[in-house]
Design a protein around this ligand. Structure first.
Ligand SMILES: NC(=O)c1ccc[n+]([C@@H]2O[C@H](COP(=O)([O-])OP(=O)(O)OC[C@H]3O[C@@H](n4cnc5c(N)ncnc54)[C@H](O)[C@@H]3O)[C@@H](O)[C@H]2O)c1
Length: 309
């Protein structure tokens, strides 16, 4: 296959690049490096089957040659990043998604949208199933990301309905692993780097809010399996084990052996209080569920950051 991966120099996108290159496909990455880094794809630079276009998906309208599959993963993804780049985030989700859907239509390619659990907002239903419509503040600070992704889902469904483009929508819940950036504001790189420096761990609110954490290899297995099937409705992928932020902090402290204390800070506006995916659709359609436990995945991430600090 000839596969286009937007956001391929980012955290999740770069593991998708590894997967498709290692399974003998050609890969074209489109990434403007707004939050990604060439280091994530340096292992493939110079390979015949790999091409890197340092471009903005908002500007790319077509590409030469056939394309079989487009994985549209470009988007600032951490709250810190999308609050720093609010307009870029909305343009990427709207114009960028439109451009990639047009490309899929032109090339008769399969299109996979990276959506997010953020479409559920601060959920009134727990755990979140795909048929829950969500509870999103459309004018809050997080709206640039949440509403951007909701628009991206809607236009993806419309391109399937109107033009018959083969599409998948993956609602990704918190995913972590090596290649995350220190300072991207997400809780795992934040806790791990603070712990390795024996600095206080920043806890927003009372730390009783819950999240679930999926290790990146499990996520890549789910996404690449989904890309093979004919299913247009959104699918949740994430780890259904739910932890409070304090519980996560305790595990990080135990695994790093740090003496760090906690620094409590005000909860950001519209921060979700609970997050846990219902993955019964993924189990049924993809025979998928996460295999890497939190301690196992965190141990790898801690080692990765330890070598960089
Ligand atoms: N990591 C998670 O927990 C998570 C959860 C839900 C959804 N997602 C989604 O998965 C995708 C990847 O997230 P990630 O965690 O790897 O983030 P990331 O920031 O590491 O990667 C995003 C990549 O997209 C690129 N990019 C952004 N805007 C672009 C544009 N206009 N044109 C070209 N490239 C652009 C960035 O440079 C970066 O390389 C995103 O769409 C995100 O919304 C991730």
């Amino acid at each position: 296959m000839r596969v286009v991966i937007t956001g391929g120099a980012g955290f999740i996108g770069s593991y998708l690049v590894d997967h498709y290159i290692n399974t003998d496909n050609e890969v074209i990455v489109i990434d403007n490096l707004i939050t990604g880094h060439e280091d994530n794809i340096k292992q493939h630079l110079g390979k015949k089957q790999f091409q890197f276009l340092k471009e903005d998906v908002v500007e790319v309208s077509t590409l030469a040659g056939p394309i079989d599959l487009i994985l549209h993963f470009a988007s600032p993804a951490s709250p810190f990043d999308y609050l720093r780049y609010p307009i870029e985030t909305m343009k990427t989700a709207s114009y960028g998604t439109h451009n990639m859907l047009e490309l899929a239509k032109e090339k008769n390619a399969k299109f996979v949208l990276a959506s997010t659990s953020e479409v559920y907002g601060d959920p009134a239903v727990h755990p979140q199933k795909e048929d829950y419509w969500g509870n999103v503040n459309p004018v809050g600070p997080r709206a640039v990301y949440d509403e951007g992704k909701r628009f991206a889902e809607a236009i993806t469904v419309a391109y399937h309905g109107v033009y018959g483009v083969a599409t998948n929508i993956v609602r990704i819940f918190n995913t972590y692993g090596e290649r995350m950036r220190e300072g991207d504001g997400r809780v795992i790189p934040t806790f791990v780097t603070q712990a390795l420096r024996d600095e206080p761990l920043s806890i927003f609110g009372d730390g009783k809010q819950t999240r679930s954490f999926c290790y990146v290899s499990d996520m890549i297995r789910g996404i690449t399996q989904l890309a093979k099937i004919d299913y247009q409705m959104p699918i949740n992928l994430g780890d259904p084990h739910e932890f409070t932020i304090i519980e996560l902090a305790e595990v990080v402290k135990e695994l790093t052996g740090t003496g760090s204390e906690y620094a409590f800070m005000p909860l950001p506006q519209d921060d979700p209080k609970k997050r846990k995916p219902d993955i019964s659709v993924a189990k049924e359609l993809l025979n998928w569920e996460p295999e890497v436990g939190l301690k196992q995945g965190l141990t790898r991430v801690i080692e990765w950051f330890r070598r960089r600090i």
